[in-house]
Design a protein around this ligand. Structure first.
Ligand code: ATP
Ligand code: MG
Length: 193
């Protein structure tokens, strides 16, 4: 089995609240190796390129809102002017661009075995209201979809983590040059593997 890499981005709400160290610790504590690291303001074009432009992704994001509104008996058409999941997904993406431009972002690449699965597990559910205690989103945020969509903003959920193997190299190459990725041994590697 080969090691896998994943991108994490510490989002503006966490940067603004001084949570960067605590969050990075979660990844270091499970033994994932940080192989790249930077703190910088993101270009709007890069944020646009980071989040997919496909109807599949817009639809997934929009469905999250529709499912939540459905459960609460709210009408998406009334709340957002449309009940088309793709249109809602596009709206969320435009909000994401402003959110991710609020502060510098901390970017890191972490490496280990089954890294993407481990990163998603550590991050917890996208919707902080549903993220379990012990996860980064569950421990550091309590936002929810009604509140976020009602204020025309995305969920403020602390962290981004690569969510598919196919996405990992695209995301890493977008934010890091090859020479910014480092190779070294962690002291505990021999014990663990
Ligand atoms: P990320 O890609 O940031 O790790 P994720 O993979 O859990 O999060 P995505 O579906 O990729 O979730 O959505 C990207 C981001 O867009 C979410 O992290 C969240 O900030 C925001 N978001 C997604 N769906 C909604 C929604 N329906 N309403 C408001 N914000 C949303
Ligand atoms: Mg995602």
């Amino acid at each position: 089995m080969d090691p896998q890499q994943a991108l994490i981005i510490i989002k503006p709400d966490a940067v603004q609240r001084g949570l960067m160290g605590k969050i990075l610790k979660r990844f270091e504590d499970v033994g994932l190796k940080i192989v790249a690291f930077k703190f910088e303001w993101a270009d709007r074009e890069k944020i646009i390129a980071h989040y997919p432009e496909t109807d599949e992704w817009f639809g997934k994001v929009g469905q999250r809102t529709l499912k939540n509104y459905g459960a609460k008996g709210l009408e998406a058409k009334e709340m957002l002017g449309t009940d088309d999941p793709v249109a809602i997904g596009k709206m969320v993406k435009s909000w994401l661009i402003d959110y991710m431009s609020e502060s510098p972002l901390l970017f890191a690449v972490v490496e280990g075995y089954e890294t993407i699965h481990i990163v998603r597990k550590l991050c917890g559910d996208t919707n902080p209201m549903n993220a379990l205690p012990g996860t980064i989103r569950g421990d550091f945020s309590h936002d929810n979809i009604d509140l976020a969509n009602g204020r025309r903003r995305p969920l403020r959920n602390i962290i981004h983590g690569t969510d598919a193997v196919e996405e990992a190299s695209k995301e890493i190459n977008l934010w890091f040059r090859p020479e910014e990725l480092h190779t070294y041994a962690r002291a505990d590697e021999e014990i663990m593997f």
